[in-house]
Design a binder for this molecule. Structure first.
Ligand code: ATP
Ligand code: MG
Length: 256
């Protein structure tokens, strides 16, 4: 059974331009300026098609700016595709980029409540999960402090603890495992193994080849918004590493 399907998905974002005619002239011709700002768009994903089966753990890899996080935000329904179709079957628990969706003036506990309610739980349901989430995050000492006082590892812990305790059928994880300390990484790995046994579908975005190799059943390689490889982790990771190394060597020899 398919949990996620991307069918020829394309996504554009506006290209933000500098006001090349100067601020004064741009303000004087405001309607024209606004029209030109709206017109310019860049394609982030181009005709991307792939499927994720229920219970599978799929890794999304590729260089910075390849479109990995954009793909996850499409799966989470945070943004919509202009072209093609995104089909998701199951309750999603998104753990998007570090701190995304969090409010930094609210405390850790308030953020747990906010996230839970936004993901469709009642206040009572969130309260029933609250102590388990706090215990898993090991943030008891700071849970009533505003998030702006947290370190990146603490934010990652809170995000992962929330995502894990909202009974997900599909878990989206965007580059968060490597932010936490070793003990947190071991805990995440154990939790992900448990989810895999329970047939939870997982999409993992990571630059850690070790994490992808260990956790994923299949890997999709994105580059400049296109899928350029898909298959067994060992095969795709080897091809990816070769391509990155080759580009690095070429870059060094042309700079010499
Ligand atoms: N809200 C936005 N508005 C305009 N452009 C955006 C927006 N979000 C992402 N982009 C652009 O889309 C492209 C893909 O970004 P995305 O965040 O999906 O990359 P990524 O593969 O997750 O990269 P990284 O490995 O650095 O996290 C980038 O060029 C980025 O600048
Ligand atoms: Mg990203």
């Amino acid at each position: 059974m398919t949990a996620i399907r991307f069918d020829h998905v394309s996504k554009w974002y506006p290209r933000y331009q500098s006001l090349s005619h100067g601020i004064k002239s741009s303000l004087l011709h405001l309607p024209e300026t606004l029209r030109s700002l709206k017109r310019e768009r860049i394609r982030i994903l181009e005709q991307v098609s792939f499927g994720v089966e229920k219970g599978e753990t799929v890794g999304l890899i590729g260089p910075n700016g390849a479109g990995k996080s954009t793909s996850l935000t499409l799966m989470a329904g945070v943004v919509e595709a202009e072209d093609g179709e995104v089909i998701v079957c199951g309750r999603i628990s998104p753990l998007l980029e570090l701190g995304a969706g969090f409010h930094f003036d609210l405390t850790g506990a308030e953020n747990i409540m906010l996230h839970g309610v936004l993901l469709g739980l009642t206040r009572r349901e969130v309260i029933s999960h609250m102590s388990a989430i706090i215990a898993f995050s090991e943030l008891e000492g700071s849970i009533h402090q505003p998030l702006r006082t947290y370190s990146s590892g603490m934010i990652a812990r809170l995000g992962f603890a929330i995502a894990c305790h909202l009974d997900p059928e599909i878990l989206l994880i965007d580059e968060i495992l490597s932010v936490g300390d070793l003990s947190f990484q071991l805990k995440c790995n154990a939790k992900i193994d448990e989810f895999k046994r329970q047939q939870v579908t997982i999409v993992l975005v990571s630059h850690s080849m070790a994490h992808v190799q260990r956790l994923c059943d299949r890997v999709i390689w994105l580059e400049k918004g296109k899928v350029i490889g898909e298959g067994a982790p060992s095969k795709i990771l080897e091809e990816y590493e070769k391509s990155v190394t080759l580009r690095h060597v070429e870059g060094r020899s042309s700079a010499a």
